[in-house]
Write a protein that binds this ligand. Sequence first.
Ligand SMILES: Nc1ncnc2c1ncn2[C@@H]1O[C@H](COP(=O)(O)OP(=O)(O)OP(=O)(O)O)[C@@H](O)[C@H]1O
Ligand SMILES: [Mg+2]
Length: 149
Amino acid sequence: MFTRILAPIDGSAPAGRAIQVACDLAGRYGASLTFLHVVADPGSLSIPPQLEAYARIEHVRASEHEIIEEAARGLLASAEAEAMRKGVKAATLLEFGDPASIISDHVRKDGVDLLVMGRRGLGRVGGLLLGSVSSKVTQLADCTCVTVK
Ligand SMILES: Nc1ncnc2c1ncn2[C@@H]1O[C@H](COP(=O)(O)OP(=O)(O)OP(=O)(O)O)[C@@H](O)[C@H]1O
Ligand SMILES: [Mg+2]
């Protein structure tokens, strides 16, 4: 049914639950699984504060860009390790730019047939059912989209 699963992640709790769902579905369908994190723009940290703090301690002399990239790689590595614990081999991708466009581009370019993402992410505005990224991606991406609560 599904052969290529893409799970865009941002380090939020809903994205963490999306990792679990994506691993489960990849295992059941024998599908490939890729975790994608998009760093929105050089000045904005789209990473969890605790990872940023960790990266700053580890790399005191690093530039902000390097700190962000390092933290983003840490986020992807922990998702990959989580998949591994569940017996699923996952690939990881780090991109820079507009998250919704980059996620939708990957769906088209890589023949993704299932997207699994959080309904909400790290954004602080409460009350919304969908965040701006999940909302745009479910409209732009030409494949089945699962949004995880
Ligand atoms: N930069 C990103 N890279 C990869 N995936 C992302 C990124 N941002 C969000 N996502 C995915 O989209 C899901 C929904 O996040 P979204 O950003 O839409 O909600 P939000 O942060 O609550 O709202 P907003 O960003 O509009 O304030 C996340 O759980 C994650 O799966
Ligand atoms: Mg967000």
